[in-house]
Design a protein around this ligand. Structure first.
Ligand code: ADP
Ligand code: ADP
Ligand code: MG
Length: 666
């Protein structure tokens, strides 16, 4: 076994790898960018070395610097995690040359699978079924369009070098083919520096079922069953599970065998994932092979009881696979929900900000949390905005689903927008409970998953009010302890004010709605006037924001987290952020932004479609912005005249910058 492993990654996966190394008694070396100097992964390792500025290109992708750290820290192996250098064949070779073991497959296997086009040719030869399509060399738009016609619409244009859902465009109408091809190429060039594309028949509402494979340097190859990753947004996974619901034993065996054949065809070693797409009839086709540890590997660990990172280390160190195919089995069911700082309501736009408050469910044998973030950490624009992976296991799917819901409801993040409630709505959807998953799930159930906004319930308002009143109480008690006259009426918090009756008026803003709660002080409780009537409220507030409240005698557990003037209140499935409105401080909060014409986050202007003076209709595309490696189209929110264009193509914009101005017509 290795003595020292350098982990060339950050965030949750770096922490995850460090955990297994610790169990195996392997020393760990972390690397960090300037933005991550105090990150959790730095503290999770025995040593941590700086490798450069925040942008990944200058730090986590800086192979020379990473190899230098490996040499100077005495590392005998490098684990690349996922993303970054994990599928970089040149880096794997550079490791070999430097005499450091790359914990991953041979460079030749990475290269063979790095191009989706070349991978498909190899798989075709190995007899692995493929989606009908074109992965040839003729890349002229005319030829591609003619091939698309042959395949039959809808078709999917994919970046051959693609990953993370980028550089993909579905085309339903031949008329849109040209634009879609340009878009896919542009994104592919920006993300991968290679704009080769392939075409596939677009399967309608397919399932994404992938198989975990493992091979060693002694000719052994096994699979560790499958994962279903069908619930996706923008072709990226949202909730994954193992085993795939409703898969027959025969199908499972067939897929496992096809995956092992794929791994053997390229002389694979280490952990890999063969991704298949499955049509409505249960036919499955090879999609791509990811030559690394996958984000969602924990669900496989939960059902098999194996530690895949330990397997990776053992295989890389030259040992045979820990188990044969016959010795592998699985039990129960596991889910993983990816918790991201992003806004589902704004097409899953990544969010940035400080995780000012973080409350997570208790970890035990049913609940596992893989994270690289702790309270107070910042989600920056430089890296993937993942906050945590929430993983649950139980003896069957419905029991595991219940665990998932409970754990999601106990997960509260304050300070940044997240997808937690959205995940909970998916987990709570009857169609999901039935196991009816396909890649169109989110679209199909859009109206249920994005319910129209409703005002906060009286319960939420009552908890917000109680939180306010109790924290004022606590602050006053603190003051009184330090005061010469603890009985002074100025420390009293029973609403006592000179020349006033004992009540207090609280205001909470929910969007533009100003909600008023009048709290009347009674000896042992408050009477709260809420929109739906008056409620008798009592409660105690713990230091971590947990509130035990009784509303008209009904006891509830709630959580409240305050950051500045924002109060996040969660009670079971309800989770709301309210602004505590202090009428005295008002007047400052009037920065109503016409959101659509400002930059949603820092980025680069890719394209400007209009000129000053142009007349545009509501909804017209005005500008394309690239931010966090994704394209965002800025559209007109009213019809009118383009008054001013503040940025040109290629220019950088900061968050909130006004990109252009439109004079609305009457
Ligand atoms: P797949 O290749 O099937 O999409 P994963 O979902 O495991 O497999 O992750 C894909 C890769 O894309 C990973 O290497 C991950 O680091 C990266 N990735 C995932 N989400 C994002 C994101 N929002 N932005 C940039 N990269 C991402
Ligand atoms: P990436 O490298 O970005 O992970 P994949 O080729 O694995 O790219 O595809 C990502 C997702 O896109 C799949 O999980 C699936 O949901 C969808 N997809 C891919 N190919 C097809 C297809 N031919 N028809 C329909 N959906 C597809
Ligand atoms: Mg994929």
């Amino acid at each position: 076994m290795f003595r020292t492993v350098l982990i060339a990654n950050r965030g949750e996966i770096a922490c995850r790898i460090a955990r297994t190394c610790r169990i195996l008694g392997v020393r760990t070396v972390a690397v960090y960018s300037d933005a991550d100097a105090d990150a959790l992964h730095v503290h999770a390792c025995d040593e941590a070395w700086p490798i450069g500025p925040a942008p990944a290109r200058e730090s986590y992708l800086n192979t020379d610097r990473i190899l230098e750290v490996a040499r100077r820290s005495g590392a005998d192996a490098i684990h690349p995690g996922y993303g970054f250098l994990s599928e970089n064949a040149d880096f794997a070779e550079a490791c070999d040359r430097a005499g450091v073991r790359f914990i991953g497959p041979p460079a030749s296997a990475i290269r063979a699978m790095g191009s989706k086009s070349a991978a498909k040719s190899i798989m075709q030869e190995a007899g692995v079924p493929l989606v009908p399509g074109y992965h040839g060399d003729d890349q002229s738009p005319e030829h591609l369009q003619a091939v698309a016609e042959e395949i039959g619409y809808p078709v999917l244009i994919k970046a051959s070098a693609g990953g993370g859902g980028k550089g993909m465009r579905r085309v339903d109408d031949p008329q849109d083919f040209g634009d879609a091809l340009d878009g896919a190429r542009r994104e592919a060039r920006a993300s991968f520096g290679d704009d080769t594309v392939l075409l596939e028949k677009y399967l309608l509402q397919p399932r994404h079922v992938e198989v975990q494979v493992f091979a060693d340097g002694h000719g052994n190859a096994v699979h560790l069953f499958e994962r279903d990753c069908s619930v996706q947004r923008r072709h990226q996974k949202v909730i994954e599970e193992a085993p795939a619901p409703g898969l027959s034993e025969d199908k499972r065996r067939a897929m496992g065998e096809a995956a092992v054949a794929a791994a053997r065809a390229i002389g694979y070693q280490g952990a890999g994932t063969v991704e298949f797409i499955m049509d409505a009839h249960g036919e499955f086709f090879f999609m791509e092979m990811n030559t690394r540890l996958q984000v969602e590997h924990p669900v496989t660990e939960m059902i098999t009881g194996e530690d895949l990172v330990a397997w990776q280390l053992q295989v890389a160190a030259g040992a045979p696979l820990p188990r044969t195919q016959e010795a592998l089995s699985f039990s129960g069911h596991a889910f993983e929900a990816r918790i991201y700082a992003e806004d589902p309501e704004r097409d899953f736009l990544p969010a940035i900000g400080t995780v000012a408050g973080l409350r997570t469910p208790e970890e035990n044998r049913h609940v596992r949390i893989d994270t690289g973030i702790r309270e107070g950490d910042t989600i920056s624009m430089h890296y993937d905005p993942m906050i945590a992976k929430l993983v649950v296991w139980d003896s069957d799917r419905s029991a595991a689903l219940l665990r998932l819901r409970n754990a999601l409801q106990a997960f509260t993040v304050a300070g940044t927008t997240t997808n937690v409630r959205f995940l909970d709505r998916i987990a709570g959807h009857p169609a999901f409970a039935d196991g009816g998953v396909d890649t169109g799930f989110i679209e199909t159930y859009r109206s249920d998953l994005f319910p129209a906004p409703t005002p906060p319930s009286d319960r939420v308002l009552a908890v917000a009010a109680l939180y306010e009143l109790l924290s004022v109480d606590q602050a006053a008690a603190e003051r009184a302890r330090g005061s010469a006259d603890p009985w002074s009426p100025w420390h009293a918090t029973d609403g006592w004010q000179p020349n006033s009756d004992n009540h207090h008026v609280l205001h909470f803003l929910d969007g533009d709605n100003d909600l008023e709660v009048v709290a009347h002080y009674r000896r042992d409780c408050f009477l709260l006037d809420l929109p739906g009537g008056t409620v008798r409220a009592e409660g105690t507030l713990a230091a971590d924001g947990r509130l035990r409240v009784a509303l008209d005698g009904v006891h509830l557990d709630a959580r409240a987290l305050q950051t500045d003037d924002r109060l996040r209140v969660s009670i079971a499935a309800e989770d709301r952020e309210l602004v505590i409105h202090d009428p005295l401080a008002a007047g400052m909060a009037d920065e109503v932004r016409e959101g659509s014409l400002t930059a949603p986050m820092p980025g680069t202007v890719l394209q400007v479609m209009v000129n000053e003076g142009d007349h545009v209709e509501e909804g017209a595309a005005l500008m394309v912005l690239e931010a966090m490696k994704m394209e965002h189209t800025i559209r007109a929110f009213v019809s009118g005249k383009v008054d001013k264009i503040n940025f040109r193509e290629g220019e950088q914009v900061s968050e909130g910058a006004e990109l252009l101005a439109i004079a609305a017509e009457e």
